[in-house]
Write a protein that binds this ligand. Sequence first.
Ligand SMILES: [Ca+2]
Ligand SMILES: [Ca+2]
Length: 215
Amino acid sequence: MLRRTILISLLAIPFYSCASSSQDTQEGRNTDECPDDDAKLEAGLCGCGEVDDSTDTDEDGTLNCNDECPNDPSKTEPGVCGCKVDATGVTVGFEDSRLNLDTGSVEIIQGPFGNPTDSGWDLKIAYNGNGNVHSIVFQNQGNSLKVVHLQTVFDNTTICDATSATFTTNLIDSPFTSATTILIATDQNMVFKLGNPAENSTGVTFDYAALGTLP
Ligand SMILES: [Ca+2]
Ligand SMILES: [Ca+2]
């Protein structure tokens, strides 16, 4: 009698164990890929903790939710040189407008050029009557702004080009041509790029963008 009782007990242990494991699977606890995301049972397109969205703005084959550079078709992560930045167009009159970069954007200050070392502005477009290209970018030396002219494609110019460039606080008396990308570093070492200039009789339209901070 005692031997039969022991045998029944031994058979009973694995039976209850199997029943418990089967119950977990039926409740889905063993198949939930996102145990910390109440809204999803599987990673899906965008991973746990993210709402699935099939948008791919730059059409590089990597969805926005997985693309650290969603507007740069050449990159999916910023790396050392950063993602491509969106540029803004601005039109500046010769000698009658000054630009302020301090707010991270360009603010046009109408009025006389005044003293090149006045505070409150960062650059102006001077007019050179000689040659086919008349625009010359002068940075405000009084604000310790530094400048460099590069023969790079504006859209492809990154903070890495600024890192390896030789800036000067001197005025560069060279025309702002369509083959030129001008970098200006503020006293806070925030670097802006200017490029794609198009002149008319009263001023120049160009693109600009903030690239980031020099190390
Ligand atoms: Ca993309
Ligand atoms: Ca991308």
